[in-house]
Design a protein around this ligand. Structure first.
Ligand SMILES: [Zn+2]
Length: 440
């Protein structure tokens, strides 16, 4: 089956110093236009609050029209000739999106955290970025952007150039942004993609996201967080301490800030890369992937934990997984947020009333299951797709005589009282399964 999918291609740029100035000027123009538009939104809102309900809220199109006559006037900006006309237009579109999110959030028509009124962008305090539309051309080692011209890439884009020439991929816009001292271009493309018809082939896997390991799969695989990240965190602390010790406004402090920003960008890149590898592997090899609702952990009310959770890119994990599942024809299932995946025994279904975060091992009082906490949760998630089967998991619980091939055990050997934890869906696991428990 062929389908049109939206995708983003990101390349690091290698601009000349005059191009660098050009990029910075465009980012500055985008910021200026955004603030210009926001001022007008604010004024319209103030007028309406003062009782004049006839004042319309400006739209992106209206703002752009007004901008075009304003920029040439006596209060206007002389630099408008130097930047692409797309830049303010796209900034107004961003603003419109932000305003819509704000109104919808206020009206309760939007899920997720409350969206605040858009804020003014301050130089150095916001991300330098701008978006261009129109004629954008990708070459093997360069990209041609309207107004800016041809900028070299630090990476090879030949693979994509070929697909664009074949007509399978169409570039719709380019977002240019800066991270620390490096510029990137992110091309939004529409691509023809062959979606395999899978019908659940590859079986079901439950994924428990954690703090110690990045993810634990119901088949026993543990995916550690990237090592470079842990090392990176130590260095991050060192660099941020060094930064805060320098005198405010000093040249040393500016240098330390640059070093810190570069490090942040590097750590973010490592994390992104690691997540991409994990989500691609999951979506490619499984027919159905069950993950927990992220709010579950957020709801624990532990502030320190909440911060770590938002830092570890779980939201990004879900986002990547959801589009990759579409690409590879697999199904992403999000377990109900009230599903107690950690507190339920994956062996007999007994629910524990209390399970503190410190307890790394799940011990069931009823059936004697002893299992790594995260693995227990992952198995429960895998079973969540078929709740009826999970309910009868106790009956399918078998000891050594089971007609399945157990892999290496986590605990105990194949003696009396040792069994293989059930596979609630009957499809997870396989020869590599490392699921085992000990009856106490
Ligand atoms: Zn149990």
């Amino acid at each position: 089956m062929m389908a049109l999918v939206r995708q983003a291609l990101r390349f690091a740029l290698d601009p000349t110093s005059s191009q660098r100035r050009d990029l910075a000027r465009h980012a500055g123009a985008a910021r200026f236009a955004y603030n210009w538009g926001l001022e007008r939104e604010q004024a319209a809102l103030d007028a309406r609050r003062a009782g004049d309900s006839t004042v319309p809220m400006p739209s992106a199109m209206g703002q752009h029209k007004e901008w075009n006559s304003w920029k040439k006037g006596k209060d206007g900006v002389p630099w408008w000739v130097e930047v692409s006309k797309c830049v303010p237009q796209e900034a107004f579109r961003d603003l419109e999106r932000g305003m819509r999110a704000f109104w919808e959030s206020r009206a309760g028509k939007r899920t997720g955290p409350r969206v605040h009124f858009p804020r003014f962008k301050k130089k150095g305090r916001c991300r330098d970025s701008f978006r261009l539309t129109g004629s954008i051309h990708l070459h093997d080692r360069a990209v041609t952007l309207p107004r800016i011209g041809t900028v070299r890439l630090l990476e090879d884009a030949a693979r994509w150039v070929e697909r664009i020439e074949e007509g399978c991929v169409r570039v719709t816009s380019a977002t240019v942004s800066r991270e620390a001292d490096r510029w990137y271009v992110c091309l939004a493309v529409e691509a023809e993609r062959a979606i395999p018809i899978r019908n659940g082939a590859g079986g079901t896997v439950g994924v428990d996201l954690g703090l110690l390991a990045l993810a634990t799969l119901s088949d026993g695989t543990v995916i550690p967080g990237p090592k470079a990240l842990r090392r990176g965190l130590r260095q991050l602390r060192r660099l941020s301490r060094a930064h805060s010790r320098k005198t405010r406004g000093s040249r040393n402090r500016a240098r330390a800030a640059r070093r810190l920003a570069r490090h942040h960008a590097k750590v973010a890149a490592i994390r992104r890369d690691h997540l991409h590898k994990l989500t691609t592997a999951l979506a490619k090899t499984h027919g159905r992937i069950v993950v927990e609702d992220l709010n579950v952990k957020g709801m624990l009310g532990n502030r320190k934990l909440a911060r770590v959770l938002s830092d570890s890119g779980f939201g990004e994990f879900r986002r990547q997984l959801s589009y990759k599942c579409r690409w590879y024809g697999s199904e992403l299932v999000v377990a109900d947020r009230w599903f107690p995946s950690s507190k339920t025994c994956s062996g007999c279904g007994t629910l524990k009333e209390e399970l503190s975060l410190k307890e790394r091992t799940y011990r069931c009082e009823s059936c004697g299951l002893v299992l790594d906490r995260d693995l227990n949760a992952a198995i429960n998630l895998a079973g969540w797709a078929h709740p009826a089967v999970t309910a009868s998991a106790a009956e399918t619980l078998t000891a050594c005589g089971a007609d399945r091939k157990p892999g290496p055990r986590l605990a105990g050997g194949c003696e009396a009282g040792t069994g293989i934890a059930p596979e609630p869906t009957g499809s997870i696991g396989g020869p590599q399964t490392r699921v085992a428990f000990v009856r106490v």
